[in-house]
Design a protein around this ligand. Sequence first.
Ligand code: ZN
Length: 160
Amino acid sequence: MIIKKEQVVTIHYTLKDKEGTVIDSSKGEQPLTYIQGIGNIIPGLEAQLEGKKVGENIDAVIEAKDAYGEIIKEMIQVVPKSGFEGDDELQEGIQVQVETDNGAIIARVVKIEGDDVTLDLNHPLAGETLFFNVDVVDIRPATTEELDHGHVHGPGGHHH
Ligand code: ZN
């Protein structure tokens, strides 16, 4: 069996940035289980895993545009400090939850200057080239129900 569209794939992965710093890893924790071909994971990784078999180990370098996207300047915004509840606790570098037209998202406080708070609403990994090392642990066909829901059920997935 190979990784192709609508297969449930279980992987162990380590994600590093271009400096070689580990950003995230499933090693020593639960492996990641996802459905191939329906946008559960970033498109660049999905593309590089296509056709791989259980037991394969893959090094995948994913450009920002195929990962979390480029940094969008318009998503760096200056807002008034007075708009925050508990604005005493605002500090550069912390993350805050912001309501947008598309729901609540996490933003980073980049700069505070007087009443001006600069927020970066880009994904923290936007603009980054990602370096994955992936072990393919398991592959099985997705059930009709899993495809309906758009996520994996059972181990590593949803329980409901
Ligand atoms: Zn479900």
